[in-house]
Design a protein around this ligand. Structure first.
Ligand SMILES: [Zn+2]
Length: 238
């Protein structure tokens, strides 16, 4: 039977939780279905909907991305706790390859930055202080929908990043209005640069970087890796 586990996300203070967030193990059938979704380039909405079946206690579209990744990490731990994560890292010092077995129970988790609260504001060139928030899961769905509605080229990653940036101001104004302000330059390029700096300065959760000693040059080095999707829910462990 499906057994649920309580989990505490690092950004817990940002939510109005009525009960603890709970997750359960992925079943073998779900795991295969998940891999099929990934192989078939499923939309954000399909992937999120899929993972949401495993979570209760919070509207997952309202989760901030670092907390969502933290939950994925917890799902990985509860579903495959005996199995290490095998990664092939290219050493940034000597360029040689290292096969690294990561003990996933030992990954570092960063707390939410003290500077980031529910009342964080950003100072826009023409509007002064307005509320800003970190990226939420629902932003991916909202971005896809908006680009489709506006017939924007969904393969244009720069434009997509702009839509994401604007979505962080959506506690101030709806996306349609924000887009219009960006179109006529009332929201300025400097504002966008500040929003992108805000994202860089405020992140938390599972640290997506692994430090190890390269077996070729013996130096201590770090490589980035993603706490998500196919690396994280593999079907084999070679
Ligand atoms: Zn090396």
């Amino acid at each position: 039977m499906a057994e649920y586990y309580n989990t505490r996300v690092p950004g817990e203070a940002l939510y109005d939780l009525v009960e603890p967030i709970q997750i359960r193990k992925i079943t073998p059938i779900e795991q295969k279905r998940f891999l099929s979704l990934l192989n078939n380039e499923a939309t954000n909405e399909e992937l999120i909907k899929f993972i949401n079946q495993l979570i209760i206690g919070v509207d997952p579209t309202k989760l901030y991305w670092p907390d969502y990744y933290y939950i994925l990490y917890q799902l990985r731990l509860t579903s495959y706790k005996m199995i290490p994560l095998n990664m092939h890292f290219k050493c940034p010092e000597c360029g040689e390859h290292n096969k690294i077995e990561i003990d996933i129970t030992k990954l570092k988790v960063d707390d939410i930055p003290e500077t980031y609260t529910r009342d964080t504001k950003i100072n826009l060139e023409n509007f002064g202080e307005v509320p800003i928030r970190y990226k939420q899961v629902g932003d991916d769905i909202a971005c896809d929908m908006f680009m489709k509605q506006r017939r924007l080229d969904e393969k244009d990653d720069n434009l997509k990043i702009l839509v994401y940036d604007l979505l962080l101001l959506s506690n101030w104004k709806p996306l349609n209005e924000l887009w219009a302000l960006a179109e006529n330059g009332d929201i300025t390029v400097q504002d966008i640069a500040l929003i992108e700096k805000f994202i860089d300065d405020n992140t938390w959760g599972v640290r997506e970087e692994y430090t190890y000693v390269c077996r070729h040059c013996n130096k201590e080095v770090s490589n980035p890796f993603a706490v998500r999707l196919d690396d994280f829910f593999p079907s084999n462990f070679s």
